[in-house]
Design a protein around this ligand. Structure first.
Ligand code: 4NP
Length: 158
């Protein structure tokens, strides 16, 4: 089972949006992937996502209501196969926390960032949903290619 962790600063806007999109789209794609999210800061631990993120997600059919914020822990780098940062600040914070035998953190969108919508207007929250969908679609394509490689190798070995 592949386990993916999405990380932002507060775990109330960007990473819970990506978690909800990933959970829905992986299920739709028939992929058995475990997903979770966390923040590098503990300001909002135990809180539900920001109401603006809940609304933007719901407008596109994604349910953020059951999620609660938590702070990343060292053990997460060992429990998850891949740890995705939303921006370069998150990436720096994650690199500083990573144990030597833990997953190497990476940017969720490859070389781009998911901008922090917290101090902006509603359009920023909608953009987070769009970027989440884009990043998750890229992950699904990669996971499918991986599955094809594995089954091609099995066929060749049989
Ligand atoms: P997030 O957004 O990292 O996408 O969850 C933020 C949430 C809270 C704060 C900053 C960003 N804050 O400063 O409390």
């Amino acid at each position: 089972m592949t386990r993916l962790l999405f990380v932002c600063l507060g775990n109330i806007c960007r990473s819970p949006t990506v978690e909800a999109v990933a959970r829905a789209e992986f299920a739709r794609a028939g992929l058995g992937i475990e997903v979770d999210s966390a923040g590098t800061a503990g300001y909002h631990v135990g809180e539900p996502p920001d109401a603006r993120s809940i609304a933007a997600g719901a407008a596109h059919g994604y349910d953020l209501l059951p999620l609660r914020a938590r702070k990343i822990a060292t053990v997460d780098f060992r429990r998850f196969d891949r740890v995705f940062a939303m921006d370069r600040d998150n990436l720096r914070a994650l690199r500083a926390l990573r144990p030597h035998d833990g997953a190497e953190p990476e940017l969720f969108l490859g070389d781009r960032e998911v901008p922090d919508p917290y101090y902006g207007d509603a359009s920023g929250f909608d953009r987070v949903v769009m970027l989440a969908r884009e990043g998750v679609a890229t992950l699904i394509a990669g996971l499918r290619a991986q599955e094809r490689d594995v089954s091609a190798r099995r066929m060749a070995d049989a």
